[in-house]
Design a protein around this ligand. Structure first.
Ligand code: 8Y7
Length: 286
């Protein structure tokens, strides 16, 4: 079977650990928040066991987040509180596991301190738009995931409207990339993500489906592509399934993203997703 795309030969340096994106990589979600939407990833205490299991299951990266982006999640954390949650986990995992640690944060303090403690990737759903975040990220040397979002939580009842969602999200990401380059961040450190999801992420389920359908079009920016579809609301609303029942739909979505050339796929269910990607790889090599 011929590849209908060629993953770019991206090779990133994540604080001394190589991230080879010639094949899609799996990022396991490790939430250290008490209020994340999917029960399975809440692990304020069991984080070490969960992290070890994800690595055994084939995770290439672990994404550690201390602040929930869920609409209505308990009020904004101070940067210090967020750091207090996340830093011990990064330090603990860095000394125990040989895996790339990603920090899911929008806070400049958290970026700076966790990279010092060994984080090899910054994942910012606000694409470095918080005050000081651009400068903080520029002062590190690690790769950065830039996600499209509304940056702020919209008013209740807000309905996003796009004419061509892939084109408009792509234009936004291109402008964020330009802003990063102006701040001295090399393009070689950047990864782009359309940001599937509602609320602050700014898409309806229908737009999420359109993004997945047109995902290949993001290759034109010449950067590694990221996809976060795991157990998201578009899977639930398309299939009429609660979060605990969204694994099959999430795997199908991960498979579609990988076939469309996603380089990094962020998931709750590492073992199952790794199997899907192995099968896809085997077919492509057949
Ligand atoms: C995404 C993400 C979340 C995503 C990137 C959830 C932190 C919500 N989603 N980061 N984070 N992309 N880059 O449903 O899609 O997992 S949190």
């Amino acid at each position: 079977m011929s590849n209908d795309f060629q993953l770019g030969g991206f090779l990133l340096d994540c604080a001394g650990k190589a991230l080879d994106l010639s094949k899609p990589k799996v990022m396991g979600i490790l939430n250290v928040t008490p209020d994340s939407f999917y029960e399975g990833s809440r692990c304020r205490d069991g984080w070490l066991k969960l992290a070890e299991q994800m690595v055994l299951d084939g995770a290439d990266i672990l994404d550690i987040g201390g602040e929930s982006t869920r609409p209505g999640a308990s009020g904004a954390l101070s940067q210090e509180e967020e750091l207090e949650r996340v830093l011990p986990v990064i330090e603990g995992l860095n000394s125990r596991l040989d895996v790339i640690l990603s920090v899911d944060t929008s806070s400049p303090l958290v970026m700076a301190e966790t990279v010092k403690a060994g984080a090899g990737l910054i994942n910012d759903v606000r694409a470095l738009y918080r005050d000081g975040a651009l400068e903080a990220a520029a002062s590190t040397a690690v790769p950065i995931v830039l996600m499209h979002s509304l940056v702020e939580q919209p008013e209740p009842g807000f309905v996003p409207v796009y004419d061509d969602v892939v084109a408009e999200v792509g234009e936004y990401l291109a402008s964020v990339v330009a802003r990063c380059e102006q701040a001295g961040i090399a393009k070689e450190r950047l990864i782009i993500d359309p940001g599937f999801g509602g609320g602050m992420f700014g898409k309806t389920p229908q737009y999420d489906l359109q993004i997945l359908k047109g995902y290949r079009r993001f290759h034109k920016y010449g950067l590694p592509l990221f996809a976060g579809v795991s157990r998201k609301s578009f899977v639930g609303s398309t299939l009429n399934r609660d979060t605990e029942e969204r694994l099959p739909g999430s795997l199908a979505a991960a498979m579609l993203a990988a076939q469309a050339g996603a380089h990094i796929i962020r998931v709750h269910d590492v073992r199952e997703t790794v199997d899907v990607l192995r099968l896809l790889q085997a077919v492509e090599e057949a």
